[in-house]
Design a protein around this ligand. Structure first.
Ligand SMILES: NC(=O)c1ccc[n+]([C@@H]2O[C@H](COP(=O)([O-])OP(=O)(O)OC[C@H]3O[C@@H](n4cnc5c(N)ncnc54)[C@H](O)[C@@H]3O)[C@@H](O)[C@H]2O)c1
Length: 327
């Protein structure tokens, strides 16, 4: 990643799970990193996340919906990783207006700031496979219709399409990657609002019972965070990705039960039980879902490199070592 040496990079949501892993990698690559993060209470932001590089990054604790502030922050930046957002599907149904603010207004403000101040900045967006909704066929490919089943999926889809529109209308370098269930160090693990992955990891480490909704046979394409960071970095340097959207995905799909069994094997503690879906989850459930990342691989050579077992081993070790900062 020599291309990032000496570059000035802004990460929105950089104290969160994926943003902080990206910030650490960029500092290691020799970039000058700035972060804007509001530490929104229902998100995964945590100042400890950037502990290894805390003296090397400039942090602005503020809301990226503030256009004047964003105009100042994007000036002179080579790259803007537009990651600030709200991950929770159930929360988006309870408070849809907050989800619009975090998943539409935030990303759009960053784009508009770049349009007004710095059209040369390369803007990389973290989209989601949730925009597809319930799949007609698997694996999901980028030509599959977008039919989100929850407010989060609708707003994240809009967030993505602002980026595509700003490329087509203003010629800006924008890319959207459609992430799948991502796991790894620095993820929020205290509750299920961010999805089941972090919560299951905490329960397995604590030796508690994990409840799997449905029958446990739903397939997912889990991505270790380092692979996602690689994909984000590539999107900022490979011209072929410009103006387009791409699926990410794990090496192969696993059932949610497989995921839990691997986790329990690693921690040597805890148990699981299959339980019926609670009503609030059932109405927005998408069944089995995993994505083909062939399009991104074809254009950029990106491929996930970390297996589920290897990624889980790093993750469990990280939380065991840093438990007090996450529990
Ligand atoms: N984690 C996943 O599995 C996953 C899957 C698909 C897409 N994504 C997307 O990746 C991005 C990062 O997700 P994450 O898992 O790191 O979540 P996270 O909650 O850990 O991080 C998001 C960060 O954004 C910040 N933030 C939110 N709104 C903000 C605002 N208006 N101004 C400033 N900061 C704000 C939060 O404080 C938080 O630190 C999100 O856009 C999410 O939709 C994540």
């Amino acid at each position: 990643m020599d291309e990032y040496r000496g570059q000035k990079v802004l990460i929105t949501g950089g104290l969160g799970f994926i943003g902080s892993n990206l910030a650490i990698r960029l500092v290691q690559a020799g970039a000058s990193v700035s972060i804007i993060d509001s530490l929104a209470p229902s998100c995964g932001g945590n100042t400890f996340n950037i502990n290894p590089v805390r003296n090397d990054v400039e942090v602005t604790e503020a809301d990226c919906c503030d256009l004047d502030l964003m105009r100042r922050l994007v000036r002179g930046k080579s790259h803007v990783f537009n990651l600030a957002g709200h991950v929770s599907h159930t929360e988006s149904m309870k408070d849809p207006f907050n989800d619009v603010r975090m998943n539409c207004m935030g990303p759009l403000t960053a784009l508009e700031a770049c349009k007004l101040e710095n059209r040369e900045a390369r803007v990389i967006y973290s989209g989601t496979r949730q925009a597809y909704g319930r799949p007609d066929v698997l694996p999901l490919v980028e030509t599959h219709p977008l039919r989100p089943v929850d407010v989060n999926g609708v707003n994240k889809m809009a967030g993505e399409w602002y980026h595509i529109v700003y490329n087509r209308a203003y010629g800006m370098w924008t890319v959207s990657l459609r992430l799948v269930n991502t796991f790894g160090p620095r993820q929020l693990v205290t509750d299920a609002r961010q999805g089941f992955v972090g919560l299951f990891i905490r329960k397995a480490i604590d030796g508690e019972e994990i409840q799997i909704f449905g029958d446990g046979q739903q397939l997912r394409g889990f991505n270790y965070v380092d692979d996602v960071v690689d994909a984000l970095l590539i999107a900022g340097i490979n011209e072929k990705a410009k103006g387009d959207y791409f699926n990410l995905g794990g090496p192969r799909p696993f059932t949610i039960q497989n995921f839990v069994e691997s986790l329990l094997r690693l921690t040597g503690r805890g148990s699981f039980r299959i339980v019926p879906f609670p009503e609030e989850n059932k109405s927005i459930d998408i069944g089995s879902v995993y994505s083909s990342w062939a399009k991104y691989n074809f254009l950029t050579n990106w491929a996930p490199r970390v297996s589920l077992d290897e990624g889980l081993a790093h993750t469990v070790e990280y939380y065991q070592r840093n438990k007090s900062h996450y529990w």
